[in-house]
Design a protein around this ligand. Structure first.
Ligand SMILES: Cc1ncc(COP(=O)(O)O)c(C=O)c1O
Length: 359
């Protein structure tokens, strides 16, 4: 039996994708080899690679003036790489610190450029997102960095700031689960291990014009332009992640594309927030309702003892990954793209029963 997997990433992948991979695993396309055993220069792999690049553009609806890059390493590498590439010594970059990940992005960019906090949600314990008017953009700001979904705090950026400065966004935890307004961005990145694939890389969308002014003083791997020029095949790419991501993206496309993913995410989230809101305070979601994440639902129970009991009983019932992040405690249900509605309903029924027994 498959676990109901509410992990914050890595997490559940579509069952039919895993089954396809299983069927192809020992002999990919009649080659007598697994895809993970073959050269990344082979025509068979190149076809997989090109298809995945094409689908990453198509599903995201990325326009032609953006490059699509597969960069080994997770979003954490991008925290530094963005600043290394985009900032000149005269320029600054503002960071919206909307939670743990926004903070990490700012800290990691620090050694590579003149970066500053343009807004910090600390006084509200990172339970809300800023209004545009609250964000302070300094002169000579090259980009404003935002995190569209804070995986740990469970909030999402609903109103994307339009302040006349290009945005750079970490979309790791709601990647391709909402349409992207490309007008606003110079660069979008995210690790793939939540909505898209096994861990091992980031997908980076970068405006071509931003590459013209990007730093040339970096080793090849650290330059976005090198990944663009080599079509992300300048070195041995993370073939297994790319292979599986291609299949997940094809499934997204067949299911109606990014808007269909968005609707399904909203529907799934609604089920769990519904249980929380109807629980008379037994379950508490501590964040501003207007920015409740559709991907990571954080909730508390009346006391930590009950939270422990809830967690143990959830594991017993066949659910995994419901423990809140170690930095904040409580519970968290991550409802990424591949999580079936049946798992969401299973959790909802479990929550209702648990309250009936302990409320
Ligand atoms: C929003 C966000 N940004 C960045 C990261 C770090 O990503 P990685 O582990 O791929 O480096 C995570 C990981 O969970 C995340 O949720």
């Amino acid at each position: 039996m498959r676990a109901h997997n509410f992990g914050a990433g890595p997490c559940t992948l579509p069952l039919e994708v895993l089954e396809e991979v299983q069927a192809e695993f020992l002999d990919f396309g009649g080659t007598g080899m697994s895809l993970v055993e073959m050269s990344h220069r082979s025509p068979e792999y190149e076809a997989v690679h090109d298809a995945a690049l094409g689908l990453a553009r198509e599903v995201a609806e990325a326009p032609d003036d953006f490059e699509v890059l597969f960069v080994q390493g997770g979003a954490t590498l991008q925290f530094a790489m963005v600043a290394m590439n985009l900032l000149t010594p005269e320029q600054k970059a503002g960071y919206v610190v909307s939670g743990s990940w926004g903070k990490r992005a700012l800290e990691d960019a620090g050694p590579h450029g003149d970066v500053y906090s343009a807004w910090d949600g600390k006084t509200d314990s990172y339970t809300r997102m800023p209004r545009s008017a609250e964000i302070e953009v300094h002169p000579e700001t090259r980009y404003l960095h935002v995190t569209t979904n804070e995986t740990i705090g469970g909030i999402r950026m609903v109103d994307i700031p339009e302040l006349g400065v290009p945005l750079v966004a970490d979309m790791s935890s709601d990647y391709l689960a909402r349409p992207i307004d490309w007008r606003l961005y110079d660069l979008v990145y995210g690790g793939v291990q939540k909505n898209l694939a096994p861990s091992g890389m980031s997908v980076v969308y970068v405006r071509k014009a931003a590459l013209d002014t990007a730093s040339k003083e970096l080793g090849s791997f650290l330059r976005y332009s090198w990944h663009a020029e080599t079509l992300s095949l300048g070195h041995t790419p993370p073939m297994f992640s790319i292979y599986i991501m291609g299949k997940v993206l094809a499934r997204m496309k067949a299911g109606g594309g990014i808007r269909a993913v968005e609707h399904s995410a909203a529907d799934k989230a609604e089920v769990i927030y519904g249980v929380i809101d109807e629980s008379d305070g037994f379950y508490r979601n501590p964040v501003d309702r207007a920015v409740r994440s559709h991907m990571n639902i954080v909730f508390r129970l009346p006391d930590e003892g009950l939270e422990k009991e809830f967690l143990a009983a959830s594991v017993e019932a066949g659910m995994v990954g419901l423990k809140g992040h170690r930095s904040v405690g409580g519970l968290r249900a991550s409802l990424y793209y591949a999580l079936p509605m049946a798992s969401v309903e299973f959790l909802a029924a479990f929550m209702t029963d648990f309250q009936a027994a302990h409320g």
